[in-house]
Design a protein around this ligand. Structure first.
Ligand SMILES: Cc1cc2nc3c(=O)[nH]c(=O)nc-3n(C[C@H](O)[C@H](O)[C@H](O)COP(=O)(O)O)c2cc1C
Length: 238
């Protein structure tokens, strides 16, 4: 099992410890990235990724190692502490770079069979809205099975998190790891993903964005092919 962990922060506090221990419990080949250390660019809004292709993003080369790991992973873990009720700016800046990969544009086949976990920690509140920041991208990329682990750790440092809270988090990571290890290796595409895909199938027959339309036509998606039925689950970077 290949696991890619994207940490929305650059230090090893509560969020890191929870996300890392979850990855270890799931077990497999773990690749971790820390933001902004491993990628710290902001989307400059040039629209080249939408209009021409992901390779035209000025940050394409810098982003490539993470894109490759995300594409190759069976399980994605996106983790972020809550900053003012949302994911960190570093996490959001990274996610912005994959707008082109949303189902409405040029989704990757590999996404439709991945599992994912969104990990958030807060001193007290804001886990749901921070988790949504990350879940939105995962589900619009096409990922069908997304678990959420939000923890109010009541502290700003992992060392000071109470043993009772750590015990409860430990139980929750055990549970999610078990679900991931023992559920089907290829989860079925979600209903939401299929509905959105079908809507875009018709939009791309008409073709409002030539780059998207060509991509969909080349994949056969404007006809009868579907990404979740594809035998060649593209696992190379776009
Ligand atoms: C800039 C900033 C904003 C924060 N905003 C919130 C917040 O909205 N709600 C909250 O409960 N805690 C907030 N916190 C506290 C952190 O979310 C909390 O301590 C978290 O567990 C830190 O995770 P870490 O140890 O992985 O850095 C904030 C902390 C920082 C540094």
């Amino acid at each position: 099992m290949k696991i890619a962990v994207i940490h929305g922060q650059d230090h090893k506090g509560s969020t890191y410890h929870i996300a890392h221990s979850l990855a270890e419990k799931i077990g497999g080949e773990i690749t971790e990235f820390f933001l902004p250390r491993d990628f710290g660019e902001f989307c400059c809004g040039c629209d080249q990724c939408f209009e021409k292709g992901a390779k035209y993003c000025p940050h394409y080369e810098k982003l490539k190692p993470i894109t490759r790991a995300v594409d190759a992973a069976d399980v994605l873990i996106l983790a972020s502490p809550v900053y003012v009720y949302h994911s960190t700016g570093a996490m959001k800046a990274w996610l912005d770079h994959y707008g082109w990969m949303w189902i409405v544009h040029r989704p990757r086949e590999s996404m439709f069979s991945k599992k994912a976990v969104v990990v958030t920690t807060a001193a007290g509140a804001g886990m749901a809205s921070a988790a949504k920041d990350m879940k939105d991208s995962l589900s619009f990329w096409g990922v069908p099975q997304i678990y959420s682990l939000g923890a109010a750790v009541m502290s700003t440092s992992w060392e000071n998190v109470s043993p009772a809270i750590k015990k409860s988090i430990n139980k929750r990571t055990d549970k999610i790891a078990l679900k991931i290890r023992y559920s089907s290796d290829t989860p079925k595409a979600s209903i939401k993903g299929k509905i959105l895909f079908t809507a875009m199938h018709f939009a791309n027959i008409i073709g409002w964005n030539p780059a998207d339309r060509k991509y969909w036509q080349d994949k056969g998606w404007t006809g009868k092919e579907r990404p979740w039925k594809s035998k060649k689950q593209g696992k190379s970077a776009p």
